[in-house]
Every structure is written in structure tokens, then in C-alpha cells.
Design a protein around this ligand. Structure first.
Ligand code: NAD
Ligand code: DAU
Length: 349
């Protein structure tokens, strides 16, 4: 059995990757290592936990002796590394926890792989990264794999540093690696601190919809299950030492997406057309707010044959339906420290 370590599998994207791999590859043993921070939740994997080829281990990637023993005991064939601090606004409030998890944590994993993989043939360290490492675009152009790194938030700088470490281990120690840099994901199990689930949740509860600045910043949205499928393709067919951009060619201004959500949800909640849009509140902009992200995913399409499967409106519809059907999930995961974060983030904005 091929032994695969997935880090951060209890989070948003990680849970979709674990679900896809555990179901699609019964001959792989999937170990999900996750520290279960505020963003990790085993409820996300209820449907997977009974599968015989899946197991969960609670552990912290920044705990070096734990990770060293864990690798020595398990003889993993491959790592798919998603564990991270992932929210830009939190990185502005507390940059050092991003340096710790995203930079140090990735370094500790790489080092454990290097020490334990004497025979590197058939091994792979797959690092899941973000398009934010490339910085911010003007009105035109796309990020390609050749775009120079220009991270501008503590989050994106920590992800850029981890990408560089991964490539350094490839060039220096011949560690077989691959990196993918993806655009904004959306879909089920998305923590409600992020734009789309936050807006959906606030519309449901008729709370203000906090749009940063003028709402003109642009993001390129991809259905999370299409990202998981891209990870599957890159994991199996990607060339070692290469990077692949992943994106949906689906750019939206924040304010347009919020209006679209309001319109769709007025219909679903039997509200008068225009009622939810009255909740839109322009608030103080995010510090250092990147203007526009847009991914050119041609390399992945051309070389590995991946393309997104779902139209945005269809994905949004499924996402809204999931949140309407899972209000308990949202109240449970927002009941603890999240309330304090929300107050701090939005009360004086
Ligand atoms: P998330 O915040 O939902 O999940 C992160 C997971 O990592 C959580 O389960 C958390 O418990 C775990 N974790 C955090 N610190 C840990 C530690 N020290 N040890 C072990 N586990 C730890 O994040 P996400 O949105 O699912 O993102 C997953 C990965 O994909 C990240 O590396 C992120 O940078 C990258 N990414 C995210 C997006 C996006 O749109 N969300 C886009 C591109 C890339
Ligand atoms: O591009 C990939 C990245 O996308 C990932 O690497 C990150 O992990 C992920 O969090 C996401 O980062 P963003 O900062 O783009 O996502 P967020 O949902 O936080 O914000 C999306 C846009 O919406 C951004 O322009 C800021 C704006 N926004 C966000 C929030 C939370 C608002 O206007 N109001 C809000 O309340």
C-alpha cells in the first residue's frame, strides 16, 4: 500500500483532498496530520473516517521532535502538504504565527523527509501554495509560473518563503518536489472568516456585509473540488522540480460577487429582491490590500490535461445550499474564539 501523508486535512481544502484521495485510491493508506487549530475540524471528514484506508493523527508540524519520530515510524511514500495559517487578515494581526507554521513548519517537514528518504525514487513532497506569492496585478495580465515572486502580506510572504524552501531542498538535496499555486477557492466547509462564507452567513442572519475599501479588488475563484482534482493530477503526473498554477479563469470584483450573492439569496430566502443588498457596508480597507489576482493555468491544462469542471454560478448555488443546510456546522465552529476575532476585526472598521 502506498503511504501518503496529508497535512492540514481537517481544514477547508485539505478535507476535500483527503475525501477525494481516500475514496478514489483504496490502495493508498492516507494519514491526515492536523493540529486542529481554530480552522481544523474533524466534522469536515465525518464521511471519510470509517474508511479502512484512512487514519487521523493529531499533531503539530512545528514540533520538530514529534515530526522526526513520526516520519521515522511511518515510512511515508509521499507528502501532500496543506497545513498552514491561511487567512490574510489574521496575518496582519499576528504575523509571527504565520512565520512559525508556514515557514518553520514547512522546513521541519522537508527536513524530516530528507532525513528519512534514503532512497528517493518513488518519493514525492507536494507543496500546496497560493497565487498570492506573485503579488498584485494591475488591470491587465495574468500570473504565470515565470512571474517573479513579490509577496506583500505577512501571509503571502510566509507562503513564498515556504515555496523557496521547497525548491531549495530540491536543488540542494535532490528531494523530489512539486508545487502548485492556486487562486481563491470556494465551496463547502469553508471557514466563515473568508469572504464568500462570511457574506453568506451574514446574509442569512441579516448582519452587515463588510466590503473592504471600494469593493473593486479582483479575485479569481475556483471550485474547491476542482482544486482537489488538480492536486490529484499534479500529484500523479506533475514533473518533479516544476511548479503549476491552478485557477478558474474566473475573475470577479468583490462588490459584484457580493451583489450576486445577495440576489441569489433573496430568492432562496424568499426575500424581496434587493433586501439583502441593503446590508452592504463599505468598511476601512485591508492594510496592503492586493488589487487583483488572475491565474494563467495554461501549463496545467496543456501539459497535464486538467481544466475546471464547474461554472461559477452553479458552484455558488451549491455553496449557498450547503451553508443553508449546515447552519449548525457554522454556529459550532464560530461559537468559540471566532466571536472575539470577529469583534476585533469588524467592530471599529
Ligand atoms: P484552512 O485554514 O482551512 O486549513 C488549514 C489546516 O491546517 C487546518 O485544518 C489547521 O488545523 C491545520 N494546521 C494549521 N496549523 C497547523 C500546524 N502547525 N500543524 C498541523 N496542522 C496545522 O486552510 P485552507 O484554506 O484549506 O488552505 C490549505 C492550504 O492551501 C494552505 O497551505 C493555503 O496556503 C493553501 N491555499 C489556500 C487557498 C484558499 O483559497 N483557501 C488558495 C490557494 C492555496
Ligand atoms: O488567492 C488565494 C488566497 O485566497 C489563499 O492563499 C488564501 O489562503 C485565501 O484566504 C484567499 O485570500 P484572500 O485574501 O483573497 O481571501 P479573503 O476571502 O480573505 O478575501 C477575498 C477578498 O474579499 C479580498 O479582496 C478581501 C475582501 N474581503 C474579505 C473579507 C473577509 C472583504 O471585502 N470583506 C471581508 O470581510
Amino acid at each position: 500500500m502506498k503511504k501518503i501523508l496529508i497535512t492540514g486535512g481537517a481544514g477547508f481544502i485539505g478535507s476535500h483532498v483527503v475525501r477525494l484521495f481516500a475514496n478514489k485510491y483504496p490502495d493508498y493508506l492516507i494519514t491526515n496530520l492536523d493540529a486542529l487549530t481554530y480552522a481544523g475540524n474533524l466534522e469536515n471528514l465525518k464521511d471519510v473516517e470509517l474508511l479502512s484506508n484512512y487514519k487521523f493523527v493529531k499533531g503539530d508540524i512545528t514540533d520538530e521532535s514529534f515530526i522526526d519520530n513520526f516520519f521515522a515510524e511511518n515510512d511515508f511514500d509521499a507528502v501532500i502538504h496543506l497545513a498552514a495559517e491561511s487567512h490574510v487578515d489574521r496575518s496582519i494581526l499576528d504575523p509571527m504565527s504565520f512565520v512559525k507554521t508556514n515557514v518553520l513548519g514547512t522546513g521541519i517537514l522537508l527536513n524530516a523527509a530528507k532525513k528519512n528518504w534514503d532512497d528517493k525514487s518513488n518519493k514525492l513532497f507536494y507543496h500546496v501554495s497560493t497565487d498570492e506569492v506573485y503579488g498584485s496585478l494591475g488591470e491587465t495580465g495574468f500570473f504565470t509560473e515565470e512571474t517573479p515572486y513579490d509577496p506583500r502580506s505577512p501571509y503571502s510572504a510566509s507562503k513564498a518563503a515556504s515555496d523557496h524552501l521547497v525548491m531549495a531542498y530540491h536543488h540542494t538535496y535532490d528531494l523530489p518536489v512539486v508545487i502548485s499555486n492556486c487562486s481563491n477557492n470556494y465551496g463547502s466547509h469553508h471557514f466563515p472568516e473568508k469572504l464568500l462564507p462570511l457574506m453568506i452567513n451574514n446574509i442569512i442572519h441579516s448582519k452587515p456585509l463588510p466590503v473592504y475599501g471600494k469593493g473593486e479588488n479582483v479575485r479569481d475563484w475556483l471550485w474547491v473540488e476542482d482544486h482537489a482534482k488538480a492536486i490529484d493530477v499534479i500529484f500523479h503526473k506533475g514533473v518533479h522540480g516544476e511548479k503549476y498554477n491552478v485557477g478558474g479563469f474566473n475573475e470577479w470584483k468583490n462588490i459584484d460577487i457580493v451583489h450576486l450573492l445577495c440576489k441569489m439569496m433573496d430568492r432562496k430566502l424568499n426575500r424581496v429582491d434587493g433586501e439583502s443588498a441593503k446590508l452592504i457596508t463599505y468598511v476601512k480597507d485591508r492594510a496592503g490590500h492586493d488589487m487583483r489576482y488572475a491565474i494563467d493555468a495554461t501549463k496545467l491544462q496543456r501539459e497535464l490535461g486538467w481544466k475546471p469542471s464547474l461554472q461559477f454560478e452553479e458552484g455558488l448555488e451549491k455553496t449557498i445550499d450547503w451553508y443553508l443546510a449546515n447552519k449548525d456546522w457554522v454556529s459550532r465552529i464560530t461559537s468559540g474564539s471566532y466571536q472575539q476575532y470577529y469583534e476585533q476585526q469588524y467592530s471599529k472598521r
